[in-house]
Design a protein around this ligand. Structure first.
Ligand code: CA
Length: 220
C-alpha cells in the first residue's frame, strides 16, 4: 500500500513519513500542490492521499477539486485547528476523512485502513485468480464457485483486503467473532485449515507464527 503525502511543513511531514514507513506503508512526498494529480496518476500509483490544506502554491481545496475530476482515490485532509469550514468544504468536495493537527501516526494509519475497508466492502476483490464479491457473498477461483461458510467467507475477505499484510489474530477475532474474545483461538485455526482445504493450492494463506495470518500476494 502506497501513500502520497502532500504537506509543506517539514515538522509535520518528516515524522509522518517516517511513521507511515514504520507501519509498512510505501510513501511519496510532495511539499506543494502543483503536480498532485499527476503524481496520483503516475506509476507506482498511490492508494491514498494525505492532503494538507495550507499549501504554499495552491489552496489544498483547489488541489482536491482538480484531483476529483480524474480520480476517486481516497483522500484524507490534514487540517489545522482554525480550518473547520475548509474541512467541511473538503468533505463536500469528496475528501473521505480528515485528521486535525497535531495527530498521531497511529490515528492516520487507522483511518487509512478504515477507508480501505469501506472501499473494499463496496467493491469486488480480485487477487490473482481469486475473486470475492462482497455484495453477493460469492467466491470464485478461476471462475469456478467455492462454497464457503459465513465465517470462512468473512475470514477470507479480511485477509484479501490487502494481500501480503499479516493480519493479527486479535484483529481477526475482533472483526469476525467478538471484540472481546476469551477463547483459546482454536476456532480461528480450525476455520483457516478448512478454508485452505476449500481454496486449494492456488490461494496461499500463510501462518505467521505468534502473530497471525497472511494471504500471499498473487505475484509470488
Ligand atoms: Ca501547510
Amino acid at each position: 500500500m502506497r501513500v502520497l503525502v502532500v504537506e509543506d511543513e517539514p515538522t509535520v511531514a518528516e515524522p509522518l513519513l517516517a511513521g507511515l514507513r514504520r507501519h509498512g506503508l510505501g510513501v511519496t512526498h510532495l511539499g506543494h500542490g502543483t503536480g498532485v494529480t499527476a503524481a496520483v496518476l503516475a506509476a507506482p500509483h498511490p492508494d491514498t492521499v494525505l492532503l494538507d490544506l495550507g499549501l504554499p502554491d495552491i489552496d489544498g481545496l483547489d488541489v482536491l477539486r482538480d484531483l476529483r475530476r480524474v480520480s476517486d482515490i481516497p483522500v484524507i485532509i490534514l487540517s489545522a485547528r482554525g480550518e473547520e469550514s475548509d474541512r467541511i468544504v473538503g468533505l463536500e468536495l469528496g475528501a473521505d476523512d480528515y485528521v486535525v493537527k497535531p495527530f498521531s501516526v497511529r490515528e492516520v494509519v487507522a483511518r487509512i485502513r478504515a477507508i480501505g475497508r469501506r472501499r473494499h466492502a463496496e467493491r469486488p476483490i480480485t487477487a490473482g485468480g481469486l475473486q470475492i464479491d462482497r455484495s453477493r457473498r460469492t467466491v470464485t477461483i478461476d471462475h469456478s464457485a467455492i462454497d464457503l461458510t459465513v465465517k470462512e467467507f468473512d475470514l477470507l475477505s479480511v485477509l484479501a483486503e490487502e494481500p501480503g499484510r499479516v493480519v493479527p489474530r486479535q484483529e481477526l477475532f475482533a472483526r469476525i467473532w467478538d471484540p472481546v474474545w476469551f477463547g483459546t483461538g482454536k476456532t480461528l485455526d480450525v476455520h483457516i485449515s478448512s478454508l485452505r482445504r476449500k481454496l486449494g493450492p492456488s490461494v496461499v494463506i500463510r501462518t505467521v507464527r505468534g502473530i497471525g495470518y497472511q494471504l500471499a500476494p498473487p505475484t509470488e
